[in-house]
Design a protein around this ligand. Structure first.
Ligand code: UDP
Length: 238
């Protein structure tokens, strides 16, 4: 598959068209950004680690009945993915209270609720990715109630598969963000990266943060931690 032209440049990824209409190449960059680009840095090897981690996780989901846009890893920093019509909604799945939910509701990070929590946010940097509900999404014409039902089902299934996998790697999956797209055949597929940039990962033994919070909160050892996540996942998936 030949990369043709750059069609999109995001904060941490580049997307290229290919000589096939239904495939794109997604390349991970070493850039780290937080707080809507206010905090920025280049972290050596991050692109490769995020590509490896995301490829392992998406391929694991594909094999276990959760359809994703991922086709295959093509080189150390790039993935071949299906072309989808992207839905501009972020689905946040939470197993443990942390981050914006802890702040917004005035609760301590680390509390484990009895239920799994699903938040929806509109993808709009101008509006600060506001929290929305099902009715807002339908009113905005972004998805139907049936689509949302499917999105919740896929998100819940992906969550239980990922919780199980990370557990085996000695990591607690606190929360993560995913996005969806419509494939050519009209089906909804998970169309996003799954990396320490988009998941909160806590070491089960030490409680140490193994994700982008190391960068957001200046905890240091970002590169080493992303490498450790890749190593542990590769060991459990062997
Ligand atoms: N997240 C993300 N992109 C976003 C917002 C959140 O990948 O635009 C991820 C984030 O890394 C965390 C989870 O979604 O794993 C929940 O994030 P939260 O709402 O707590 O926001 P935060 O305070 O982390 O920005």
């Amino acid at each position: 598959m030949r990369e043709l032209e750059l069609i999109y440049e995001g904060k941490s990824k580049l997307i290229y068209s290919t000589d096939s209409n239904d495939r794109v190449v997604i390349r991970f960059k070493d850039d780290a950004t937080a707080f809507y680009n206010i905090k920025r840095a280049k972290i050596e090897n991050k692109g490769k680690m995020c590509c490896a981690i995301s490829s392992m996780l998406l391929s694991y989901l594909n094999k276990n009945g959760v359809n994703t846009h991922f086709v295959e890893q093509v080189d150390a920093e790039s993935q071949l993915c299906r072309v989808v019509e992207h839905i501009p909604i972020e689905v946040i799945v939470r197993n443990v209270i942390a981050g914006s939910m802890a702040k917004r509701l005035g609760i301590n990070e680390g509390i484990v609720p009895e239920n799994t929590i699903f938040d929806l946010c509109l993808r709009s940097a101008d509006l600060g990715d506001p929290l929305v509900n099902d009715h807002h999404v339908v009113a905005l014409g972004l998805a139907s109630y049936e689509d949302l039902q499917t999105i919740y089902e896929i998100s819940a299934k992906a969550n239980s598969l990922l919780v199980d996998l990370f557990n085996k790697a000695g990591i607690q999956l606190v929360d993560f963000k995913i996005e969806f797209g419509r494939a050519e055949d009209g089906t909804l597929v998970l169309a996003d990266e799954l990396t320490p940039d988009t998941c909160r990962l806590w070491d089960i033994d030490s409680g140490e943060r193994m994700d982008k919070d190391r960068f957001r909160r200046d905890l240091g050892r970002v590169r080493e931690t992303y490498e450790e996540v890749a190593k542990r996942l590769s060991n459990v998936l062997k």
